[in-house]
Design a protein around this ligand. Structure first.
Ligand code: AMP
Length: 397
């Protein structure tokens, strides 16, 4: 039995899970939030207990120490040495990483060089990795990339039609995101496809960030997110794909700078921008029920973009055996799953069981009817277990 810690860090947060491997048993999990602010929040769950405290967490080093100290204090581990490896989620692996790797000077330098492609994420991940290294100097650490799973795409799927020398010189291409989640879903989805020789899966990771991936024989052939997580389908606050000239036109008519408009497309668009109500689909759908026009528009736009991408990937794959809904909205929102399935029914013969779907939240189930031409499943995603598996594989096995 080996203890492995998975770490998913943001600029002001640090989520963790401690696993017993290879059993994949979660021993404890938690979150340090509001790092850098005077009033931090530290939550740890273990057994049937949940402790919440409000210490000042000035930086990620303090968060790492706080977390490890509390594991010892609560008797979850007897010393730091019990943790045999850490696995860190890294959003952007660029062209360098098609699989998870051990953190060393070279991989650290490459992740650092990719900061311009994911300014908020990669910088925070490195800060967090270094914080753990300070507290656990002899524990091996593994970097698990959100982009790695998408590296199997062909140039026709990842290149943008801009001057080729630009793509070459600046590594401008579709990198995708949520790869660890899509990889997990592709593996889990196989249980519904026994006897299918070359499984074709369309996985829909639909949360506040959202992406759709076309998977053939377990490999990504196309994915909706682009150079950065702004591309693809519409999201909570992000536009997703649109005519690139909108960017220039908005700068011109509003007098805002490119950076301001870029921020607007990232943080003030999507559900929030169109509905003018909220970035959270729950709030928007509540307003839909009340007949609020902007909410209806935002919701219709959202569902249609998802259905459009599924249609595109149906063609790209030459058919589909399974559509998977996952992440915050995909797992918990029956209305979105029903609306998307309805949009797919005429062309693709997708049919789901209305009653089963309506009652399903946060649980796995096959929701398609027997006569549906494509199976449809809800599968809760688990990026952490994939990180733990890779850390175990690389450092221990
Ligand atoms: P994620 O980014 O995967 O955590 O998903 C977050 C989004 O999922 C939220 O903004 C909500 O729109 C949606 N969501 C989360 N929980 C629920 C729920 N219980 N019911 C409906 N929607 C939910």
């Amino acid at each position: 039995m080996t203890k492995i810690m998975t770490i998913n860090s943001g600029s002001s947060s640090l989520k963790f899970k401690l696993y017993e491997m290879p059993e994949e048993k979660v021993i404890c999990s938690g979150n340090a939030e509001r790092i850098g602010l005077p009033d931090g929040i530290f939550t740890i769950k273990y057994g049937d207990k949940k402790d919440v405290t409000y210490p000042a967490i000035p930086n990620h080093s303090v968060a790492a120490k706080l977390l490890l100290d509390s594991l010892v204090e609560k008797g979850i581990i007897s010393s730091f040495d019990e943790i045999k490896a850490t696995g860190h989620r890294i959003v952007q692996g660029g062209k360098y990483f098609s699989k998870s790797v051990l953190f060393d000077a070279d991989s650290e330098a490459k992740i650092e060089s990719l900061i311009p492609l994911a300014p908020l994420h990669n910088a925070a991940h490195l800060t967090c990795y270094r914080a753990f290294k300070e507290v656990l100097p002899n524990t091996p650490a593994v970097a698990v990339f959100d982009t790695a799973y998408h590296q199997t795409m062909e140039p026709q799927d990842y290149l943008f039609p801009i001057p080729y020398e630009l793509s070459q010189k600046y590594d401008i291409r579709r990198y995708g995101a949520h790869g660890t989640s899509h990889n997990y879903l592709a593996l889990e989805g196989l249980k519904y496809l026994e006897g299918v020789e070359h499984p074709k899966i369309i996985s829909c990771h639909i949360g506040s960030g959202a992406s759709i991936t076309a998977i053939k024989d377990g490999k990504c052939v196309a994915t909706s997110m682009g150079l950065t997580p702004l591309g693809g389908i519409m999201m909570g606050t992000r536009t997703g794909d649109m005519d690139p000239s909108v960017f220039n036109y908005v700068c011109t008519v509003t007098g805002k700078s490119p950076e301001e408009v870029y921020q607007m497309f990232n943080k003030k668009s999507g559900f929030l921008g169109v509905s003018q109500i909220s970035n959270d689909s729950r709030d928007v759908l509540e307003a839909v029920e009340k007949g609020v026009e902007t909410a209806i528009l935002a919701n219709d736009l959202f569902n249609r973009r998802i259905a459009d991408f599924i249609g595109q990937y149906f063609v790209r794959l030459g058919g589909a055996d399974l559509i998977i809904f996952s992440a915050g909205i995909g797992e918990n929102e029956p209305r979105t799953r029903q609306a998307v399935s309805d949009l797919l029914s005429e062309a693709l013969g997708v049919k789901i069981n209305k009653e089963l779907n309506a009652g399903l939240r946060g649980k796995e189930a096959l929701i398609s009817t027997k006569d549906s031409r494509i199976k449809v499943a809800v599968i809760p995603t688990d990026e952490e277990v994939m990180i733990a598996r890779d850390a175990y594989e690389i450092c221990i096995k």
